[in-house]
Design a protein around this ligand. Structure first.
Ligand SMILES: [Zn+2]
Length: 62
């Protein structure tokens, strides 16, 4: 079995992982309130989906 000749130092290991950070994904913004929201999900701020209220929310005034 192939075995690494030298131990990977903490510095090398961390340098390798410098590009491994996860970046938040935002598919777009809510068409009703303009807040950033995940794609194909109901807006958590105003409870709208596809410009339609789908959640009962007292914060929405209609
Ligand atoms: Zn919204």
């Amino acid at each position: 079995m192939a075995v690494p000749k030298k131990k990977t130092s903490k510095s090398r290991r961390d340098m390798r992982r410098a590009h491994a950070a996860l970046v938040p994904v935002f598919g777009g913004e809510c068409q009703t309130c303009g807040e950033k929201k995940r794609p194909h999900h109901v807006c958590p701020v105003c409870g709208h989906y596809n410009k339609r209220p789908v959640l009962k929310d007292s914060r929405v005034s209609e």
